[in-house]
Design a binder for this molecule. Structure first.
Ligand SMILES: [Ca+2]
Length: 350
């Protein structure tokens, strides 16, 4: 007879309502947090459309590139299984683009050659049977910020295949790259990046070449795996709250953050970068030859490539791959809105 409701009525007012009040405050707090994130995101839309790069001497042999001296280093890191085993690796010196390839640069290639990217071509449904109807149309995978995350938080809640998305319309058919010439070109497939590199007389870096260049002379991975300050990454709770504290909530124009000690910009963050290496779940054991960019066999008949550096979507609660040693696989035949590339040139040093 003396059940719960009676006892409930005898409790002081403040105790009766403390739970409900706490929940209300929590709801208000979360709402404000979302609102603040969105407001900051809207302000960050006003971010610059390009960032000035330091002048290079007129005598620079390969404008837009910097020399990466050869060296021996501890290739790999300890954060994730795929970064291991760490193996001592020697790479020769190469010239490397000091920024990611931009929309303007890729547009120059397309104007000169008439090249059509994979995301713009008809989908060969005979090679990909069982595709849902939207994926049978040309397009690419685009990050779309969700309002909330349900269940276990499957990636399909923020990654969507959008018909009509391609390098000219990187956020989907209603978006464009007008005024975004200095932004990294995205939604390219591996063969598109390779075609651009070949046209320039260059190639894509191998994973080891890329990682050594990102280290800028440090022979070991930094022990501090913290989120870097000088890189375009995600601040807040991925994928729903991005404060944009680093100035950008999405892609940034190339060269907006301090370069590494070699003068290379955005090696970490902004967009992931393609390498020429076929993806393997771990590094090859010491003694097993690493694939080299000139080795055509390494880039033929494989489905996934190693990508490096992390992107604007890497947050402390998700991805966390804003490190030189981090790596992920990328399907060769799919463009995404967080993936770009830069090229290397094998030529005598300065
Ligand atoms: Ca990058």
């Amino acid at each position: 007879m003396r059940g719960g409701p009676v006892r409930e009525e005898t409790r002081p007012f403040w105790r009766r309502y403390s739970v409900a009040g706490g929940l209300l405050l929590l709801a208000v707090g979360v709402s404000l947090w979302f609102w603040w994130g969105r407001q900051t995101a809207m302000q960050a839309v006003q971010a610059p459309s390009h960032c000035a790069l330091p002048a290079q001497p007129a005598s620079a042999p390969h404008p837009g590139m910097v020399w990466v001296p050869g060296g021996t280093f501890e290739f790999g890191d300890t954060e994730n299984p795929e970064e291991q085993p760490i193996r001592q690796t020697t790479v020769a010196g190469v010239w490397m683009d000091r920024t990611e390839v931009t929309n303007d640069e890729f547009a120059g290639f397309v104007r000169a050659t008439g090249y059509v990217t994979l995301a713009e071509r008809a989908v060969d449904v005979t090679k990909h049977t069982g595709l849902p109807p939207d994926m049978q149309q040309p397009g690419a995978v685009v990050f779309v910020m969700p309002n909330d995350v349900r269940g276990g938080g499957h990636v399909t809640q923020w990654w969507r295949y959008l018909p009509g998305a391609n390098w000219r319309h990187p956020g989907g058919p209603t978006t464009s790259i007008d005024g975004r010439g200095a932004f990294p070109v995205v939604t390219l497939a591996f063969e598109d990046a390779q075609a651009y590199a070949r046209w320039k007389g260059r190639s894509l870096p191998s994973e080891a070449q890329w990682e050594w260049a990102a280290r800028a002379g440090q022979t070991r991975a930094a022990q501090d795996h913290a989120q870097p300050a000088q890189a375009n990454t995600w601040q807040g709770l991925f994928p729903v709250v991005n404060s944009g504290d680093d100035g950008f909530v999405g892609l940034a124009p190339v060269g907006c953050y301090a370069p590494n000690a070699l003068g290379l910009f955005d090696m970490i963050g902004n967009v992931w970068e393609l390498t020429s290496d076929a993806y393997t779940p771990t590094h090859p054991e010491p003694g097993v030859a690493l694939p080299m960019p000139s080795d055509v066999r390494a880039v033929a008949a494989v489905g996934q490539r190693v990508i490096k550096g992390g992107s604007f979507l890497c947050a402390p609660n998700y991805c966390m791959r804003y490190r030189s040693g981090a790596r992920q696989p990328q399907d060769d035949d799919l463009g995404t809105s967080h993936l770009g590339f830069r090229t290397i040139l094998i030529a005598p040093g300065p």
